[in-house]
Design a protein around this ligand. Sequence first.
Ligand SMILES: *[C@@H]1O[C@H](CO)[C@@H](O)[C@H](O)[C@H]1NC(C)=O
Ligand SMILES: *[C@@H]1O[C@H](CO)[C@@H](O)[C@H](O)[C@H]1NC(C)=O
Ligand SMILES: *[C@@H]1O[C@H](CO)[C@@H](O)[C@H](O)[C@H]1NC(C)=O
Length: 479
Amino acid sequence: MAIVVKYSSLLSLAVVLIAYWFRAPDRSVLDDRLDTVLSSLLRAERKVGTSSVSRPRVAIGFGGCVDIIVDGVALLNKIGVKPSYQPLHHDYIENAEQLGQSFAFFFPPGAASERFVVNDTLFSELVEASRELPGNRWSIGGNAPVMASRMALEGCDVLLGGSFSTDFTDILSQRITVAGNTLDEPDIHLILEYPTGATWGPYTSLRANRYIVHSDDHNPYLDSMEQFQEQLKSFKPDLLVVGGLQMMDNFPFKHGVRESLLNNLAQMLSSASPQTTVHFEMASFVDEGLMLDLLQYVLPHADSLGMNEQELPNLLSLFRGSNLTVLSDPNPRVATVLDQMRELYRLVNQHHHQDAGTGRPLTRLHVHTLAFQAIIVKRGSQWKNTMSATAKASLTANRHVCGSADIDLSKARLIMDESFSTSRSEGSQRIPLQESRPVSCWDEDDYEICVAPVLVCTEVYQTAGGGDNISAAGLVLQV
Ligand SMILES: *[C@@H]1O[C@H](CO)[C@@H](O)[C@H](O)[C@H]1NC(C)=O
Ligand SMILES: *[C@@H]1O[C@H](CO)[C@@H](O)[C@H](O)[C@H]1NC(C)=O
Ligand SMILES: *[C@@H]1O[C@H](CO)[C@@H](O)[C@H](O)[C@H]1NC(C)=O
């Protein structure tokens, strides 16, 4: 009897092994699965079209720049920055050694980051070297212009607040009206991109991402704000988006200048019509003073917030009164992110209730991660189509990173687990990822949560600007 049992279990083990053997190299099952997820996401996206009758009107500030996109490791090699054996976080970059240390800090985990270079000589050297680097690309950069372009592409009429050179303005979509000054020299941002598995000395990147450096003179001053505000009155936007404030991060302002700029911004936001919803797009902030100012001047006026998996715990730590988190898990689980989102949503609204009478409650929170998109929307609020918006955000992630509007499944992978817990607390519900209904939505408290898996792009064209494209794509279906 014992032998029989043994045999049968051996046999079933063998069957499993053989089945696995036959399945493992067989991509067709996997392809079918991806295929179903893709067609279902596309169907969800198409469920709502932005109608040509009522094109959403969107006003977006502030600033913008010209991006030079290069291979990060190639650039550092070219200018002779050796792989630093001392990965260190720096709030801003003063010399080549610090650049090496800072890159070594963010590159291995593959965490997006953006730093101000205070040393003009170093920055010019970096720009010169990038110009000469084979394979470099130039593009429109900055949160506001990227979001503006995406919104215009999706059929919105856009007012963009920023000061640009005329060649920059010329290449923007016809649907975009610029409010700001004309500059001779645009600010330049250097985008050091790297793919998954790139190596630099002893380091290997766990995921594709970018490290950005800049040395802006115009953007930190939000110098288009006055003209933007003037045009806002007649433009009457349905949605007002604020982004690009990270250009103020660690910028050497004279005493009181930053507060006064943000105070003006707060005035502008608080005078927005109640019919206009306000979205604030977070970014890579490390300047605690600035973050505290954002909490005081900007967040109270936002109906909606957008951010990535690094920015969420960073903002949360500020609310909790602890130090900023410079680096978090770049591949967090759904349950972890949802718990953080619930807490942030609760804390922001708690603040709102404490300052009774001023500002707006938070009614929407969108977090974009590599593996999935998650959106919380208050029930009964003005935000529409949350399910389709989550699907669209997810599709946009692949389209942007792969650099193609058509999604090629041979360059896509699902990295989200086959099921996820809705929370890390014990006894929480587990939700299976259903290929034919990939966007899961459910109700909690006074809000709805939707989660969609991302068909992660495996042949990266560009990561920079991803969050902006994704956030904008999600918003477009919700206004
Ligand atoms: C600024 O960068 C240049 C070029 O890399 C370097 O020679 C100089 O020492 C740096 N200055 C400071 C103050 O670190
Ligand atoms: C928080 O930051 C302060 C100042 O930089 C530092 O002294 C302190 O050790 C930090 N606390 C934690 C828990 O990291
Ligand atoms: C993201 O936005 C930029 C700027 O508007 C645009 O050039 C790029 O094509 C967008 N990505 C996708 C996938 O559309």
